[in-house]
Every structure is written in C-alpha cells, then in structure tokens.
Design a protein around this ligand. Sequence first.
Ligand code: VAH
Length: 316
Amino acid sequence: TILVIGAGGQLGLELTHELRRLYGASNVVAADVRMPQDAELTQAGPFELLDVLDSSRLTDVMRRYKPTQVYHLAALLSATAEQQPKFGWRLNMDGLFNVLDASVDLGVQRVYWPSSIAVFGPDTPRQHTPQLTTMNPNTVYGISKLAGEQWCEWYFRKHSLDVRSLRYPGLIGYKSLPGGGTTDYAVDIYHKAVAGEAYECFLKQDTYLPMMYMPDALKATLDLMHAPAERLQVHNSYNLGAMSFSPAEITASIQRHYPDFAVTYQPDSRQQIADSWPASIDDTQARLDWNWQPEFTLDKMTDDMLLHLKEALVLK
Ligand code: VAH
C-alpha cells in the first residue's frame, strides 16, 4: 500500500491519480486534512481525513494500512507561508517530523518529501544554480524546506530511512486551480486565456523562474522513487530542472492560440519572493544518478494545457 498525505493539493492530486493508475486504486490511500474538491479522489480508492499534525491519528492510519511507501506532500506554499509564518513553519516542519518518526517506527520502506527551488536565496548564483551552493533562503517556506532537507538526510544517516526528495521548480498543471504559490501565476494565466479574460500578472514581465509541466514532475518523482538506492548520491534533495520562462514569454506562447489575449503587470509582495529564487537550475546530478530527462518545452506545455482547459470548460 502507498499512502499519499496532502492528496488534495496541486501535486498530491496528480500524484495520487498517477500512483493509482500504476499500482491499482485500492492500493493507494489518499489522505488530506479536508474533503477534496475532486470526487474521484475519494471514490476511486481509499480516502482518509487526516491532519498530519495529529501524530496519533497519523499512526492509526499508518497502522491500519501498513504502507510500504509514504508520499508526504502537505505544506503551506511560499506566498501563504509568508502570511502565516508560524503556522507555515509548524505545518511544514512538525508535519515532516511526524511522518519521518512514524515511518521509522512502522518500518516504511521509502518516503517521498518535496523540496523546492525556494531553498535558494538572494545570494545564491541565479543562473544554472548548482546542486551544492550558498543557500540563505529568506522566505518561511524556503527556510522550512531547507531545514526539512537536512532533517531528511539526518533520518537517512541515523535511522537508515530511505527518504527521497526533489527541489521542484514551479509546477504547472490543469487539474487544480492556482494556489498559494509564487509561481502559480503560470497556472492562472492559462485559465484566464481560456475564459476569454485579460490577466493581471503579480510578477514583472521579465521575471525568469524555473518551471516544469506536471507530467514531467510526475515522471521525475516516480523515476527517483523507482531508482535503485545504491544509485543515489544525494540524500537531502536533488536539483530538478526542465525550462525557465518569464511572464512575457508564457504570454507570447499563449498568444499563438489566443492572439488577442491581453496581460497587464501589477507586481505585488510575491515579486520579492520570486527575485530571491534562481532563474535556472543545474540538475546534472539528477541526470547522472537516475537519468533525469524532461520532455515538455513551453510551447508543448501551452498546447497541452489549453487543450485540457478547453475540454474542462466544454464539460462544465
Ligand atoms: C511556490 N509553487 O510557488 C511553489 C514552489 C518553486 C515554487 O515551491 O511556492
């Protein structure tokens, strides 16, 4: 059995569907602190209401299903955590500790925990940011992800827990609405184009950020989780890249389909967060250790995103 904690989130939703497709729906338990919007999540396979901060409830769920793998995806993202710093730290850190401790106690074979390019800070080299480099994150989310990475390595070394992690770039998918992420402008912009509305972007038009289409993120996650343990040289978290683009470039990509699509720019507090992150990532180590290779370019992602969002509108 596989347990997915935070199954209702942007990544959790897509990962749960993919894991159920691969392993069979009844073998993948979806857990989230609230009932998910996506009815399929609770109907296609087992679902549990679970607040990952409730360690006894977590242990009960894990004793009941005896998962061999746990994907712990519950967290506050960057913009949300900046507004609720203490809760952001508590959920991101105590939630991780509860999962790591329960996984050690119950002999879970493999744990997955997402990190982010947010672990890099304003004094990190911004182009082709290396796997090993200066890391002084200045967001609550980035601080919690950097600390979490170090704790994952500690549990690997002190408890031989096989915990694996990726520093995701901004993730873009069509199955969930934009959330509290600084990169979520790149999700919202597609929804506005398909709805025939103009988009007011909260970042400056030339803000380059590392980004990845959800199918590539799912492939990377499963490739890492299926890699033989002896291949892995990194035990905090792997740099992972696919592409980088700016709001101006994604707008131009969309205008290939919607020539009249209009975007205006009203940078807000999220601009400072974006400015503290890399513009591009060096993911050589992931390519060496487990043959990482992205598939989607900006235009290929745009074509696929717009196709699915138009379909969803038709189905409404
Ligand atoms: C966020 N989407 O914006 C997340 C991600 C790299 C960005 O961590 O907070």
